[in-house]
Design a binder for this molecule. Structure first.
Ligand code: F6R
Length: 243
């Protein structure tokens, strides 16, 4: 695991965009793992800029999302697939159907996990997985106490997660889905390069536990200690509890 401490999210975006650029230059048909949330946004912004100004192309790339709510209709603004469409896909040159989320398969949610793992496997596995970390150390919807060996699966969202996410649904917890599909921690470990980003003091404890704490499902991101190629890119605030 390598830890890179930067001064700002924009500096992180440049470093992470360099990783994408080098991969896509070497392997234009690379398989990308995409995350939602606020953390990767500066990276997506920089990738869009490089596409427009420097010819960075995603035309042969494919991508898989980390997670998705269950039960939101296609086109719902809080659907993670919609987020990726708005924040990245529609601004670059991915081909139609190049991006798949765990909620996009034509199977019941109980079968979606296995089908999604199969789709990732058929694509050859994820070359570069970008990740954000939750303040409690979660990765995707793998909350504390998730199995470190977990695979993509249907999960019931905890009342706390639904309450935390209610702000995106007009403050009404009743509008927040009760279930989600999420890649497992074992699935994330299978990516060939995982890049986890963390910005702000609110992430400092989670970053410390992920990087320096014991490997523990109490802090799911600590699973990255077992990843053969993990890069942690954090700003000074998020790095403030590292020794
Ligand atoms: C993203 C995801 C989550 C977020 C995490 C941090 O697909 O599943 O793990 O990365 O909740 O969220 P932000 O980036 O909004 O702080």
């Amino acid at each position: 695991m390598e830890v890179v401490v930067v001064e700002s999210p924009d500096e992180a975006a440049g470093i992470v965009a360099d990783i994408y650029t080098s991969l896509l230059t070497r392997r234009p048909d690379a398989v990308l793992g995409l995350a939602t949330g606020s953390t990767p946004l500066p990276v997506y912004k920089e990738l869009i800029r490089r596409h427009r100004e420097e010819g960075l192309s995603f035309a042969r790339a494919r991508a898989f999302l980390l997670d998705e709510y269950v039960g939101l209709p296609v086109g719902h603004p809080e659907r993670y697939r919609e987020f990726i469409r708005n924040e990245l896909e529609q601004h670059v040159d991915f081909t139609a159907d190049a991006i798949l989320g765990p909620g996009d398969l034509d199977v019941p949610p109980t079968e979606a996990g296995g089908a999604y793992e199969e789709a990732i496997g058929q694509a050859g596995g994820v070359d570069l997985q970008i990740l954000g970390i939750g303040t409690d150390g979660h990765l995707a919807f793998n909350m504390p106490m998730s199995s470190l060996a977990s695979r993509t699966r249907l999960k019931t969202l905890t009342p706390r997660t639904r309450q935390d996410n209610a702000r995106f649904f007009g403050g009404d917890i009743g509008q927040v889905p009760t279930q989600c599909l999420t890649q497992g921690l074992g699935t994330i470990l299978d990516s060939r390069h995982a890049v986890m980003l963390g910005f702000g003091r609110g992430k400092a404890q989670a970053v410390r536990e992920a990087v320096e704490g014991p490997l523990s499902s109490r802090w799911p991101a600590s699973v990255l200690q077992m990843h053969p190629h993990a890069t942690i890119v954090v700003d000074e605030d998020a790095a403030s509890q590292l020794s």
